[in-house]
Structure formats: structure tokens, C-alpha cells
Design a protein around this ligand. Structure first.
Ligand SMILES: Nc1ncnc2c1ncn2[C@@H]1O[C@H](COP(=O)(O)OP(=O)(O)OP(=O)(O)O)[C@@H](O)[C@H]1O
Ligand SMILES: [Mg+2]
Length: 310
């Protein structure tokens, strides 16, 4: 299920003193079954963008199409003046295609297909026990109670929370554990698109790595994974495509390797440390091919190659 943004803009609190324009004229195609990273400085619009994909927010203008679901503004735009008959007919046809009324069951179906783990997992937890919290999603989507509990247990084990957590209150957990519960809650519903907003914040390095590897496995099984992050090391290691946001706009869409080596400080981002290290070696005179270096292993191999050749 690809995701296509078409000239989408979004304003928070329109026509109020708190009005703030968060997304500006976004046109973007996110292909299916890929590991996609969305990066950009604080306040650049990443969280606002992903909330359009499962219709938690709806555009102010433009639209985003997710499979056969189109998330569109509440109000239809006015027809521009001065169109000829043919253009009027085309406008009307496009309007009919985009502005289909959503029934609540359509939105529910969309949210089953698009799972979103919030940046602040606290917002997502509300049941008295971890088990109930994680089983809520599948139950809500019509799965029988016992099956929902079974899915919940599987999802919890996948994120690294064992049985001792099942009956605990989600509110008494540490930040990292809460995040794991929130991720399990989404995994339990087996979405086709998994969107995770800063999923490794608050996790220790081992748990962060396990979580990222879990997402990679999920992608390998055919799910689209969309990762919002500031961490370019994660982008280097895991992403196949990266979208750079700046000031509510998409600045760049490319493969991670195309991004590294450019001046990323203009977006308040840094090159992956491993890539910077490779560049430094090159500047110091080592003949080394920095292209495609994404991990410690890649760098080690590049150094060995350089030694063998020289
Ligand atoms: N609920 C809200 N009401 C009003 N303005 C908001 C709201 N949420 C975000 N904004 C504004 O919209 C813009 C984009 O915010 P958003 O949360 O999408 O950024 P972000 O890229 O996710 O940032 P971060 O990296 O800090 O999470 C910012 O200017 C922010 O102040
Ligand atoms: Mg955010």
C-alpha cells in the first residue's frame, strides 16, 4: 500500500491567535514495503506529517492517499474562476474522487492498516494492565478476547517484555518499558504500515538495537516501516529511503548514502559518526572509498581493501 501526499498543507488552530502553519505544500510518494526514515530539526513537521497518514489529523488543503483511502480536508476547495467547460468537468471529477465521505468504519479500517506509535508513548497507554493495554488494539478491531490476549503476549515477548510484565500497570513502568508496551500494542494488530516516532528514545543501546532489528524483520515480512528520528546512525544502518523535512516542507527525498557527506548542519542534523570517521581518514590521506559506508563493518572492509590495494 503506497502512500501519496499531494500538495498537502496543514495549519494548527486556524483562524485563531495560535494559528501555526506546520506543513506546506507536501508532495511525496512513500513506496510500500520499504524502511523509510523521516528526519529534520525539531519543529520541522515530522510528527504532524505522520499523523496525516492514519487520519489523526486531516489536511487543511491537498490530500494524502493511503491505498484506497484519501485523507482530505473537511471542506471542499472553491472552484477556481475562469475555467472552461472541459476544465470544470475535470475539476468536478477530481473533486468527486478525493472528497468521498468517510464512514467511521473506513477510518477504523485505515487505522488497522496503519499503526502509529506516538513520540510520547504515555499518550497511548490507558488500560490497567500491560496485557489489557496491548490486547486492546486487536480486540477493538474485532478479534476474539482469547486471541487478542494471545497476540498481546506474542507482541510483548517480541519487544522484549517477559511474562513478569503482563499484569503490571503500564503507568508504573520506566520510560523505555512504556515505549516497548506502546510498540507491542501496535504490533499486536499486525498493521501493513508501521509508523514509529522516535522509537528508541529512552531505550538503552541494546534495547534500541533489538527494537530496530525487530522493525527490520517486520519490514522483511512485507510491512512498510516509517521511522521518525534525529539519529542519523539509525538512518545509516537501517533505512532504505530518507525524507528530510525543514520548516514544514520536504527538502529532500533520497537514498541515505546520497545524503551523507553533504552539509547536514543546515538541517540541524549530523552525518552518521561512522561516515564522518571515514571522511576524516580520507582527509588524512588514506585512500578509501567512503561511498556506501553504513556500519563499522563496512568501514573495516573499506580500510582492508585500501590496504590491499595500496
Ligand atoms: N498541537 C499543536 N498545536 C499547535 N501547534 C503545534 C502543535 N503541535 C505541533 N505544533 C507546531 O507545528 C510545527 C511542527 O511540529 P511537529 O511536532 O510536527 O514537529 P517535529 O518535526 O515532530 O518536531 P520534534 O523533532 O521536536 O518532535 C511546530 O512549529 C510546532 O510548534
Ligand atoms: Mg515530533
Amino acid at each position: 500500500m503506497p502512500i501519496e501526499f499531494s500538495r498537502l498543507s496543514f495549519v494548527y488552530n486556524p483562524k485563531s491567535p495560535f494559528q501555526s502553519s506546520a506543513l506546506n505544500d507536501i508532495s511525496l510518494l512513500l513506496p510500500e514495503k520499504q524502511f523509510i526514515a523521516i528526519v529534520g530539526r525539531t519543529g520541522s513537521g515530522k510528527s504532524t506529517l505522520i499523523q496525516q497518514i492514519n487520519a489523526l489529523l486531516s489536511p487543511t488543503s491537498g490530500y494524502v492517499q493511503i491505498g484506497d483511502f484519501i485523507n482530505h480536508p473537511e471542506k471542499k476547495p472553491k472552484r477556481p474562476k475562469g475555467l472552461n467547460d472541459e476544465e470544470k468537468a475535470a475539476f468536478k471529477k477530481e473533486e468527486r474522487r478525493i472528497y468521498q465521505k468517510h464512514k467511521s468504519k473506513d477510518i477504523k479500517a485505515l487505522r488497522k492498516r496503519v499503526g502509529l506509535v506516538f513520540q510520547f508513548p504515555e499518550y497511548q497507554l490507558f488500560e490497567e494492565t500491560v496485557e489489557k493495554d496491548v490486547a486492546f488494539g486487536p480486540k477493538n478491531f474485532g478479534v476474539k478476547k482469547e486471541d487478542a490476549i494471545r497476540s498481546a503476549h506474542e507482541a510483548l515477548l517480541r519487544v522484549g517484555l517477559d511474562e513478569s510484565f503482563f499484569q503490571r500497570s503500564p503507568f508504573e513502568l520506566s520510560g523505555g518499558e512504556k515505549r516497548k508496551v506502546a510498540i507491542a500494542g501496535i504490533l499486536a494488530t499486525s498493521p501493513e504500515i508501521l509508523i514509529v516516532d522516535e522509537p528508541t528514545a529512552g531505550l538503552d543501546p541494546a534495547a534500541a538495537k533489538e527494537t530496530m532489528e525487530l522493525f527490520t524483520k517486520i519490514r522483511d515480512a512485507g510491512t512498510t516501516v516509517i521511522l521518525v528520528t534525529h539519529d542519523m546512525d539509525l538512518v545509516a544502518t537501517y533505512a532504505q529511503m530518507v525524507v528530510v523535512m525543514e520548516n514544514g516542507r520536504v527538502e529532500k527525498t533520497c537514498a541515505p548514502s546520497e545524503l551523507f557527506g553533504q552539509d547536514l548542519t543546515q538541517y540541524s542534523l549530523q552525518n552518521p559518526r561512522i561516515f564522518d570517521f571515514a571522511l576524516r581518514l580520507k582527509q588524512k590521506g588514506l585512500t578509501i572509498d567512503t561511498e556506501g559506508i553504513r556500519s563499522v563493518n563496512d568501514l573495516a572492509e573499506a580500510i582492508i581493501r585500501s590496504k590491499q590495494n595500496g
